[in-house]
Design a protein around this ligand. Structure first.
Ligand SMILES: Cc1cc2nc3c(=O)[nH]c(=O)nc-3n(C[C@H](O)[C@H](O)[C@H](O)COP(=O)(O)OP(=O)(O)OC[C@H]3O[C@@H](n4cnc5c(N)ncnc54)[C@H](O)[C@@H]3O)c2cc1C
Length: 351
């Protein structure tokens, strides 16, 4: 493998029902940073059926180029045709870096493609940057420059590992939704569009979709919330979450929780923040009766403002909090909700 032939930062632009998934825009935001460091271009790979019209949006969010693989076989996500499409694009265009969202689709697709093209993939990265590898030079070992340094929690979140793929290309990583930030749309973006179809021949691995049944959920999407009122085991019971509901209502926020709360059956898994839950980045994150375990913090530490309420002044959550209130949440929350409601009403903003 001649590594020099591989150029540019590529992302897999996931679409579902011909709508670009937010993760694709987040990956473009990160790809732009990486491409700037490498003095390269950003390419989005868009696979689907009759998806050409979506290319413009990818340009708006940072793609210099969009490779469109448009074929009826790609109408709904199926492992085999999508893996064939993406692996074929890699073989043809030779990206240096390929980012895929760690969504249900990306988790299925990424590893299969990396195996087909014989390269490494680092899953669930929380940070990506360009740098030297090994990070600190080791006597007698070549230090390679401009490598993709892929950082992710390891050993159940007890340590953070930085991984590189210096011998193979592309360097592949999956990134969970909510971890990277999309850029503000570029008004006059005009990405280059390349139509590419590798041809699709059905084989034994092609599945047939008989029926698509959409899950109907009335649970809030915490990843999109601007204000999250998050509760932990310290809340004490499912019923006591009423205190958090009241605060969330006044602030037009959304209630979320720690894993302990889900394990206790107080709230559904969709509301869990953290390493095995969702990664969130709201403007304000209330951590109420949450100790601040590393696996929880991994999912919320990028919030703009973190406000912790805990009766234990030594709780680790205070290490990441911008504001901390030490005390019993049962006493603090009703007072806080009442004061905020009065303040908002005084300002003429209905609570
Ligand atoms: C592989 C792995 C993945 C994990 N993934 C996740 C994840 O995605 N998300 C996650 O959250 N956890 C995750 N965990 C679990 C994590 O390690 C912690 O066990 C969990 O976050 C603890 O939840 P908690 O803070 O609600 O409960 P606790 O750790 O029990 O903390 C409760 C806190 O409430 C405070 N408190 C109690 N009563 C009051 C009161 N009346 N007023 C004010 N404060 C009070 C206590 O002082 C304490 O700090 C994971 C663990 C592993 C091993």
């Amino acid at each position: 493998m001649s590594l020099e032939e591989y150029k540019g930062v590529y992302i897999f632009a996931q679409q579902v029902d011909n709508e670009i998934s937010t993760i694709a825009l987040e990956l473009l935001g990160k790809a732009k940073d990486l491409a700037k460091d490498l003095d390269e271009k950003v390419t989005a790979i868009l696979c689907g059926s009759e998806v050409g019209s979506l290319a413009g949006k990818l340009g708006e969010y940072g793609a210099d180029r969009v490779i469109v693989v448009d074929d009826p076989e790609l109408k709904e996500y199926r492992t085999e045709p999508y893996a064939h499409a993406l692996a074929s694009v890699v073989k043809e265009f030779k990206p240096e870096i390929l980012l895929v969202g760690a969504t249900a689709i990306g988790r299925d697709l990424g590893p299969r493609v990396s195996a087909r093209i014989h390269t490494g993939l680092t899953a669930d990265c929380t940070s990506l940057e360009i740098g030297d590898f090994p990070i600190n030079a080791i006597p007698g070992q070549e230090q390679k420059h401009n490598q993709l340094l892929m950082t992710r929690p390891a050993f159940g979140g007890n340590t953070i590992a930085t991984i590189a793929c210096p011998e193979f290309r592309p360097q592949m990583a999956t990134v969970r939704p909510g971890v990277m930030q999309k850029i503000a749309p570029i008004a006059d973006a005009n990405p280059e569009i390349i139509n590419y179809n590798p041809g699709f021949e059905k084989n034994d691995c092609y599945t047939e979709i008989l029926k698509v049944v959409k899950e109907v959920s009335n649970v809030a999407n915490i990843a999109d919330a601007k204000i999250l009122v998050s509760g932990g085991r310290g809340v004490g019971s499912a019923e006591n979450f009423k205190l958090l509901d009241d605060l969330a209502e006044v602030l037009h926020g959304t209630v979320s929780c720690s894993r302990a709360v889900v394990d206790n059956g107080w709230k559904p898994k969709e509301l869990q923040v953290g390493q095995t839950g969702q990664t969130v980045r709201p403007h304000v994150y209330f951590a109420i009766g949450i100790s601040g375990a590393i696996q929880h913090v991994a999912g919320m530490e990028e919030s703009d403002i973190i406000i912790a309420i805990n009766k234990d002044e030594n709780a680790p959550i205070f290490d990441v909090a911008d504001y901390g209130i030490v005390g019993d949440l049962n006493k603090i929350l009703p007072e806080l909700t009442k004061s905020l409601k009065a303040a908002l009403e005084a300002k003429g903003q209905t609570a």
